[in-house]
Ligand binder design. Sequence first.
Ligand code: GLC
Length: 445
Amino acid sequence: MAAPGFTPTQLAARAAYLLRGNDLGTMTSAAPRLYPHMWSWDAAFVSVGLAPLSVERAVVELDTLLSAQWSNGMIPHIVFASGVDGYFPGPARWQVNELAAHAPVGVHTSGITQPPVHAIAVQRILDHARRRGRTTRQVAGEFLDRRWPDLVRWHRWLAHARDQNHTGRITLYHGWESGMDNSPRWDAAYAKVIPGAVPPYIREDTSIVTDSSQRPSNIEYDRYLWLLEEMKLARYDDLALNSAMSFAVEDVFVSAIFAVACDVLATIGEDHSRPHADVRDLRAWADRFRSGVVATTDARSGAARDRDVRSGEWIKTDTMAMFAPLLCGGLPRDTERALLRLFEGPRFCGHPDFKYAVPPSTSPISRDFRPREYWRGPVWPVVTWLFSWAFARRGWSERSAMLREEGLRQASDGSFAEYYEPFTGEPLGSMQQSWTAASVLDWLG
Ligand code: GLC
């Protein structure tokens, strides 16, 4: 690593120390101040980072998350730490315990979901356990015995409740469900959301990240909160949401993650003698969603698109979403080559003025690009990690290693920022973000 800053050993130690600091006992907060609870996809990545440190602790993280799973199978996007305030919207605003028939008892959660990356964490846990002693292997084995049905239920819920029309694409009812809250991908769909009477609220995020140019705007927030009111009116019912929500999009990136996660889980199932019927279903979903992703792509460039379910229109943006097929495969060889060239070229990772050759959330040559604003431009280390993981899995080891190396160079500043300005490398958003530390730990593991 050529960049100034911490050496790999120092960096790994700091990352481990950070995760320990964010550890609330049985869950790791996504970040100390801005996100003082457990977020679903953060928890999965955090487990990936914990696995090399302690398989046992990584298992606890996923157990906590899965203990908050809804009875319909949904893994909620937030599990609230008990007795911790300081985040809006909190349990009182979501009201899932009063309204949702499927909400879990004895724990507070939000009422929406997040990208299904959890199978990746389970795979990492099993891989690390294999290299450990018998007791640790047993902990991992028992975890799989205990949670396999929950993991399959989670995937079944996504395949059924969130693909009611069998398009092979996951429908989202809130931009937050994409994990990329204010991405330009959702601008057109949000523009059609007309907020009704949003009960009064005070944002907490902007009192923590005080430079408002790094966070979503107030108008964006009004829409986000109006969608919660729509969900509450529908009592978070899967069928009712399908017609009740004024925001509904097919997310191609989440669909690609789901396709690959189904394959990962199916392989785990085969290796660990899980029921044939489960493995068969998982493979079938992997195929269906891979085809659903490929069906959105441009024949020449291979770039994928989201779809606005309400207007029926395709959503074509110069964002991360274009590269969804690189995660799950399925493109013809030449088209895949073209898409890889786009990913690595000057419109994305290879922009000549970028400090590090890592993927920005939005292309720097797009009209929508804002280098400091959240999902509208900055680099998110965890997404770099996801691509490097996927590339390794697809057998592109050099490409994977390159992302890892560049991602580590960026992280060697030791801030473990939530996101970074692509040209200057300035750390932005929350510092000491758990999933950034987790990515680094996996890379250095
Ligand atoms: C932000 C991100 C989301 C993440 C959460 C916690 O809301 O957009 O993807 O899960 O923070 O880190």
